[in-house]
Design a protein around this ligand. Structure first.
Ligand SMILES: [Zn+2]
Length: 399
C-alpha cells in the first residue's frame, strides 16, 4: 500500500493499539475473605496515553485527602481542594498494575479501577458512553478513596469511601470492596439512564427500584471476573442455587450479591423498608439468570433435560439436591463449558436490563411498569428470555 491508503491503515492500527487500554489490579471480592486474597488483572478502556497520575482520566479522578476530611454534605461539595497524598502513578510502561498492594496509593488505584470497570461493562451493554447525571456541573466523578468513616456514599459528582468494621473488629477499607463500589456506580448509571423524578416522594418505588438495579449491576459486573466466575462455579459444583445455602451455613465467600439476589421473597411478603422492597425484583432477575443458564446446560448436553422441570423459585433442600444430581458430575468433566453457559446467560440478562431502563419514566415508576419494560426489553434480546422473565416476575407478584 502507498500514500493515503497506507496512512489510513497506519492510523487504524494505531487506533486499535490505543484502544487496548490500561492494566489495573482488582480484588473481585474483598481480600480478607477466604480464597480472594489475590487480585485479578483487568484492562480499563482508557489507554495509558490518556491516563494521568491520581489515577485520573476523562471520566474520573481520585483525590486522597492528607488530613481528616468530613464526608460531603450540602453545601460542602466537590471539588476537594486541600492537601492530598502523593497520587497513584503508572509504571514505566504506562500501566497501574505494579503498585504495592499494601500502599496508600493502591487504595486510590483500586477504587478508580473498580468504578472504571463497572462503567466499561455497562457501556458495552448500553452501546454508548454513559454521560454522568451531574455533567452540567462537574465534568468528572471525584473519588475520595479513604475517610475515617464507617460508611460509603455516592452523591452529586462524588464517590467517597470509608471503612467497614468487620466481625473480626478489623477495619476494611471500602476502596478494596468491588461490590460496594459497583453498587454505588450502579446508582450513578441509573440516574444517568432513567433520570430523576420531578418530585421525590418518600415511600414510593423510586428508591426500591434503584436498590434492586444497583444490586443487579454489582452482581452482573462481578460476573465479568474470570477468577470470580471460576471460584463461584467451583464453590457450588455448577449449581448456582447452592450458593445461597453455602453462604448461610459457612459464610464461605464474599458472594454478597448472590446472597441478596438468590432469595424467595414475594411482594406481599416484604416490609415497607426500601431494601426489603427491592428483593422480589432482584430475585426475579436472578431466577431468570439461573433459568437461562439451565436452558443452555441442557441444550449443550451438559445436564439432563429433567433439569428444566425443576422450578428454581422458592427452592428447598430436596430440590437443591436434585439440581446437584444433574450438574455435579458433568461440571467436574466440563467446567469451562459450564462457565461459557453462565457467561451467555449473564449477557442475555444484562442486555435486557440495560435496555429496560430506556423504557422507564422516573416520574411514573412502579414495579409493574418496570417489570413490563424489562419483559419488552427481554423480547428484543430473545423471546424465550421474555417468557422466562414474565413467569418469574409474575411469581414475585410484580406484574
Ligand atoms: Zn444503594
Amino acid at each position: 500500500m502507498f500514500g493515503s491508503a497506507q496512512l489510513a491503515a497506519d492510523e487504524q492500527i494505531e487506533e486499535t493499539f490505543l484502544s487496548v487500554g490500561t492494566r489495573f489490579l482488582i480484588f473481585p471480592q474483598v481480600p480478607h475473605l477466604s480464597n480472594y486474597g489475590t487480585p485479578e488483572t483487568v484492562w480499563i478502556s482508557t489507554p495509558p496515553e490518556k491516563l494521568r497520575a491520581g489515577p485520573s482520566d476523562h471520566r474520573i479522578y481520585v483525590s486522597d485527602p492528607l488530613l481528616d476530611k468530613e464526608p460531603y454534605e450540602y453545601p460542602n461539595l466537590p471539588p476537594y481542594v486541600g492537601d492530598v497524598y502523593p497520587p497513584a502513578e503508572a509504571s514505566f510502561d504506562g500501566h497501574f498494575d505494579a503498585i504495592p498492594i499494601q500502599s496508600r496509593q493502591f487504595l486510590a488505584a483500586h477504587a478508580f479501577a473498580c468504578a472504571s470497570r463497572v462503567l466499561d461493562v455497562w457501556e458495552s451493554y448500553i452501546g454508548h458512553p454513559i454521560v454522568w447525571h451531574f455533567a452540567e456541573t462537574y465534568e468528572r466523578l471525584e473519588i475520595i478513596p479513604y475517610l475515617e468513616w464507617d460508611n460509603a456514599q455516592s452523591g452529586y459528582g462524588y464517590l467517597e469511601l470509608g471503612q467497614d468494621i468487620g466481625t473480626d473488629s478489623n477495619s476494611h477499607p471500602y476502596a478494596l470492596n468491588f461490590d460496594v463500589i459497583a453498587h454505588e456506580i450502579g446508582h450513578s448509571i441509573l440516574f444517568s439512564q432513567v433520570g430523576f423524578p420531578s418530585v421525590f416522594r418518600p415511600g414510593g418505588y423510586f428508591t426500591p427500584f434503584h436498590e434492586a438495579n444497583a444490586d443487579l449491576i454489582s452482581l452482573l459486573s462481578f460476573m465479568h471476573f474470570d477468577s470470580g466466575l471460576d471460584r463461584l462455579l467451583r464453590h457450588c459444583g455448577g449449581n448456582l442455587l447452592v450458593l445461597n445455602e453455602l453462604n448461610r451455613i459457612a459464610e464461605l465467600s464474599g458472594d454478597r450479591q448472590i446472597r441478596l439476589a438468590s432469595n424467595s421473597r414475594r411482594f406481599s411478603e416484604v416490609s415497607a423498608e426500601d431494601h426489603d422492597q427491592s428483593r422480589p425484583f432482584t430475585g426475579a432477575v436472578f431466577d431468570t439468570l439461573v433459568d437461562s443458564y439451565h436452558t443452555r446446560l441442557v441444550r449443550e448436553g451438559l445436564a439432563d433435560e429433567k433439569l428444566m422441570n425443576i422450578d428454581v423459585k422458592g427452592i428447598d433442600g430436596d430440590t437443591l439436591r436434585r439440581v446437584s444430581e444433574f450438574t455435579t458430575r458433568a461440571f467436574r468433566a466440563r467446567p469451562f463449558l459450564f462457565k461459557s453457559a453462565l457467561v451467555q446467560a449473564r449477557d442475555e440478562v444484562a442486555m435486557a436490563l440495560a435496555r429496560s431502563w430506556r423504557g422507564i419514566n422516573a416520574d411514573d415508576l412502579a414495579f409493574d411498569t418496570c417489570s413490563i419494560a424489562l419483559i419488552e426489553a427481554g423480547h428484543q434480546v430473545d423471546p424465550a428470555l421474555a417468557r422466562r422473565l414474565e413467569i418469574n416476575l409474575a411469581w414475585r407478584e410484580l406484574l
